[in-house]
Ligand binder design. Sequence first.
Ligand code: UN1
Length: 539
Amino acid sequence: STRASAILSALDIPTDPIELDGVYDGEWKGSGDVLESICPATGEVLARVKSASPKELHTAIVKSREAYSQFKSVPAPRRGDIVRQIREALASKREELGALVSLEMGKIRTEGVGEVQEFVDICDYATGLSRMMNGRVVSSERPGHSILEVPNPLGVIGVLSAFNFPVAVYGWNLAISLAAGNATIWKPAPTTPLCALAITRVVSTVLERNGIPGAVAALVIGGRDAGEALVQNKDIDLGMNGFSSPFSALIFILFHPTSVSFTGSEAVGRVVGKVVQARFGKVLLELGGNNAAIVAPSADLTLAIPAVFFGAVGTAGQRCTSTRRLFLHRSIASEFLSRLQSLYESLTPGDPLVSSTLLGPLHSRAAMGIFGAAVADLNHTGAEILAGGSPWSGLETALRSGNYVQPTIAIPSSLPDTQDGIWTTERFAPVLNVAIFDELEEAIAWNNAVPQGLSSSLWTRDLRDMGKWIGPAGSDTGIVNVNVGTSGAEIGAAFGGNKSTGWGRESGGDAWKQYVRWSACTVNYSDAAPLAQGVSFTV
Ligand code: UN1
């Protein structure tokens, strides 16, 4: 369509019906299976992309290893300057890249642009970090000794990212990984190859201009096979012919893998975690969220209602931080729900590229299936459906093949502290389950009653509620907000979740410390060689 070709040509991506190379390791190539990029709003095929063959995957790993050997000796502030140049290059194409995210992933325009902004922000952060990745000097118990904690580059970082944030999540990892002196191999979700191509073009242009080997930021587009090959070091070793370990250290970032069912994300994460751990690699997991918002009696509803609306409906419910559970105090419940319902009723689905659209399509047919199954479960178990409850019909012609569903609010028949899958399973779709509480302690217990532990938010103006919420008897999630929704975290804080979310932390905070190898270096500058703990060992 002209809509698609305008966006692609603004990013110099050929729009002819040719097959695009999906591998970059310093050179562009691709001779594996062909993947299709499908527009979630219209169903049209946007492009065909040649994925990595097993041989190309191995070559990319070898080249990343070589690139790392060179890059690790580049001084960190110089690496930071390269990240700064990537930031400039991304910012100059913010609108174009944002439009591509909307076109291929399906999120609305402002969120597509916001995702590019998130990459820009983390580049700023990593540039600053490149002059601040400091270790400490520790007091030694021995005279004339110093103990230094030294961070050094780690190795090759494998990044497996999901469809829902096809730009920002890679950005978090790339920016910090580069500042830390590593090479990165990216395997994006197979359904968002164009975002990955466009980003890698921007990044590789900067690297090449600076004389840095392109394989410092390698790209291997592929499906499950490529992911497995990356995760299973053993196979790669065999193919590598003589290298003891192509990944001296390896971090795997795993968000919800595409076209895997809702149990899939945790299930696949469990496998990845075990496989990487079995060879003592490093693993960083970001798995499912099942995030709750709690509204206390003192909450300012004019803030809380739109925030819950955005948390549940924004990105069509496909953020790992999306609000999926809502616990309302009995005193405000009916007012809250009727105002929230009116907001839901005001929604009309539209082309995500049109700036007034608030509700775009789900990303894929698989996501439609997840939505359908969630709603069917609610219906079978006698839940009360307050809004939505089916796919969207009566769409304008251009969008009839799009993956549009009605955002849904339900009051399940069970209580949120049961093991009922309606409450305990992450459904990657805009379905919000509601329950009513009388005491804050009860709502906090419900918040903590699920396996996942990513994000949560409390709406209150009572300082005592806040104290409880962020304290030892409070929320057990990795992100704990007060009068701020569950989604939309800034890059400066560490992002990640506890429990079955995988305990990983990315982006800000101390996350960078995982992207380096730490050594405690004891240096003796005295003329004696005393042993620690006063041990004596003289003949
Ligand atoms: C994700 O949903 O996979 O906090 C990442 C947020 C975004 C990142 C979400 N900054 O919602």
